[in-house]
Write a protein that binds this ligand. Structure first.
Ligand code: NDP
Ligand code: 2IT
Length: 449
């Protein structure tokens, strides 16, 4: 890239950092994309003239609201709710809701920003958004979760709708929370409008495969990358961080493809089972009991639990970070390489730090970013919206086949874009450029928006 182009992009980035002080995760996500766009801007100077980067980096709308609720003891709590509607250029705003104490505007904006390009990569008609709250669901009763969700929706319902903005789950928001949110939306609007939210239960308008989609999609994509190198999951030792929705179904699909997942984790520690993680036990502990991963050892005495352990210290062939942002740093990347890991693909959003990505890539480790590899979740959300729109329910196999086709399409797009820009095998550049160009090409014909 020419130094003039480098300076232009650097100036845009500086401006974005200054306009959004303190939002470090947002800065990181923007920088990762901007660092790969120089070659595109040389080819398409109109993108610069049209100030496309500056426009895309400024959310179309940001909503911040108070969420008051009462706990089981009668004490009042006040949380903060967010919905950042980033881009509706490809379709209605679409993206999950995260309930986690770490949530603030910078996290929601990084997630919403990535969502624009991820959603564009799926090829489905969906724009990009994200929302959530600094509410901590851990240790809360069902009734407390319900009251919080109802209060959250009292504000949120003004801004969403099947043609406007369609939320879904993310960290701390799964099937239970989606049910409470949808129930309250229905009461407030007096409309049974299933297309307003995705990740719904099958009893009231959900889609088969949505629960599995992010994890399955990640593993389908990873399998395609491995196959390009003459490899497969068969006989591979795999690490999956986290033990939530994405991690569970990544583990399930790895096992189906002949790999062995030997460890998973939560924010308290790591569980290692040399025999392969028993998924029935994980589902029982996590999906039904909402308990800690530590419990696993009481069901499988040979398994080892390490409080505050680092999962990436365990030798593996393939590492799948499926917990949260910046969970895999340079030191972890070096350990993985030393232990012979050949592939790192992201189930979580932005789990690998920028320096760690460089370390992986320069050591020849296959790497692909979350906005490509975890797009199966939101893509299947779009399939749920399609079923809702035509009041239909598809079979598991049909929906799963659609998911596989979408993941194949994303893989091919990233792979071919990397070749086109003379960086073969660089899925990061392929994903960023392909996603950005799709959004840019949809934006220009719409005038100055
Ligand atoms: P869940 O809430 O179901 O699970 C999250 C898991 O990650 C839990 O095991 C949790 O442990 C762990 N975790 C969360 N925050 C931290 C933290 N700060 N430090 C350490 N561990 C943490 O969420 P999902 O599985 O839905 O989401 C996981 C990741 O995948 C997120 O990055 C999300 O944005 C991304 N994603 C999710 C999609 C979806 O469809 N759900 C789609 C695409 C991406 P603990 O219980 O201890 O907090
Ligand atoms: O990060 C993500 O893509 C999600 N949390 C899923 C979003 C969705 O709308 O299904």
């Amino acid at each position: 890239m020419s130094s003039i182009m480098h300076e232009k992009i650097e100036a845009i980035y500086r401006q974005i950092v200054n306009r959004n002080p303190g939002e470090v995760e947002f800065h990181q996500a923007v920088k990762e994309v901007l660092d790969t766009l120089g070659v595109v801007l040389i080819k398409h100077p109109e993108y610069l003239d049209q100030k496309l980067i500056e426009r895309i980096c400024e959310p179309e709308r940001q909503i911040i609201f108070r969420v008051p609720w009462v706990d089981d003891k009668g004490e009042i709590h006040i949380n903060r709710g967010f919905r950042v509607q980033f881009s509706s250029v490809m379709g209605p705003y679409k993206g999950g809701l995260r309930f986690h104490p770490s949530v603030y505007l910078g996290i929601i904006k990084f997630l919403g920003f990535e969502q624009i390009f991820k959603n564009a990569l799926t090829g489905m008609p969906i724009g990009g958004a994200k929302g959530g709250s600094d509410f901590d669901p851990k240790g809360k009763s069902d009734a407390e979760i319900m009251r919080f969700c109802q209060s959250f929706m009292i504000e949120l319902h003004h801004y969403i709708g099947e043609h406007t903005d369609v939320p879904a789950g993310d960290i701390g928001v799964g099937g239970r929370e989606i049910g409470y949110l949808f129930g309250q939306y229905k009461r407030l609007t007096n409309k049974f409008e299933p297309g307003v939210i995705t990740g719904k239960g099958m009893a009231y308008g959900g889609s088969l495969v949505r629960k599995e989609a992010t994890g399955y999609g990640l593993v389908y994509f990873t399998d395609m990358m491995l196959k390009m190198k003459g490899e497969s999951f068969e006989g591979k030792t795999v690490l999956v961080s986290g033990s939530g929705n994405v991690a569970i179904y990544a583990m399930e699909k790895v096992a189906q493809l002949g790999g062995k997942v030997v460890a998973c984790s939560d924010s308290d520690g790591v569980i290692y089972d040399a025999d392969g993680i028993n998924l029935d036990t994980i589902k029982l502990i996590k999906e039904q009991q909402h308990k800690r991963i530590k419990e696993y050892a009481s069901y499988h005495p040979k398994a080892m639990y390490k409080e505050k352990g680092v999962i990436w210290d365990i030798p593996c062939d393939v590492a799948l970070p499926c917990a949260t942002q910046n969970e895999l740093n340079t030191k972890h990347a070096e350990t993985l390489i030393k232990n012979g890991c050949i592939c790192v693909t992201e189930g979580a959003n932005m789990p690998t730090t920028p320096d760690a990505i460089s370390v992986l890539q320069s050591n020849g480790v296959l790497y692909a970013p979350g906005k490509a590899t975890n797009a199966g979740g939101v893509a299947t959300s779009a399939l749920e919206m399609q079923q809702n729109a035509c009041r239909d329910t598809w079979t598991f196999d049909y929906t799963d086949a659609r998911l596989q086709t979408i993941m194949r399409g994303i893989h091919q797009t990233c792979y071919e874009t990397a070749e086109e820009y003379s960086v073969p095998g660089n899925y990061l550049i392929g994903a960023n450029i392909a996603g950005f160009c799709r959004v840019a090409n949809a934006m220009i014909p719409l005038g100055l928006i």
